[in-house]
Ligand binder design. Sequence first.
Ligand code: DX5
Ligand code: ZN
Length: 234
Amino acid sequence: MAFSPPFLKSGSATPKTLLMSVQIAPSLLAADFARLGEEVQAVEAASADWLHLDVMDGHFVPNLTFGADVVAALRPLSRLVFDVHLMVSPVALHLEAIAQAGADSITIHVEAGPSVRSDLAQISALGCHAGLALNPETPLDLAEPFWEQIDLLLLMGVTPGFGGQPFITSVLDKLRAARRRVAAMERSILIEIDGGVSRQNAAAIRAAGADVLVAGSAIFSQPDYSASIKALRR
Ligand code: DX5
Ligand code: ZN
């Protein structure tokens, strides 16, 4: 599915301005799990653009989080773009339930198995934006066969599985290369950086070409969500 207005929360900017201003996606992984609904509403009130939801299966990554039922429970509470990051393998098992739960975008890992092409096709067929994620050490070349199928490229800034890790700075070179690659295309593909994004490095990540910054601990571990989101956006 081509890039289109559903990537925006309603009443927000046009797609053109979206491409010019960075989108901030708080990652629920760092929220208070005992108060998930309130946390979602708090970051929405604090001017977040998207909500990043990390689904982990304890197999593809050594951690467990939540699945489609939690996504569905949160969906009526918010108009944010629900950006679901699947760290699961196999992927196909979960796609229909996650889409029905109200995901706007579903991102899968190129490292998750041999069925990337059919999984991306299924995500689009389910009416969601399709994202492809690359681990920090995975070369950009591995995305090459899939550019035509994706709306979003997610570059991990940390090894997936846990929040609160430091950003791996070599990912900036891959981000610059991805920005050049995407700029040469006719289709709009957003580039998202996930993991280790902080007040200290956000400007460098934006300058290297990111459209979307995912941030867990840089937002949820701070007392003032609004100030933290502003600091990442600036
Ligand atoms: C890591 C997750 C990230 C994580 C980011 O596997 O994909 O979304 O929550 O957390 P921070 O911002 O704390 O690195
Ligand atoms: Zn994530």
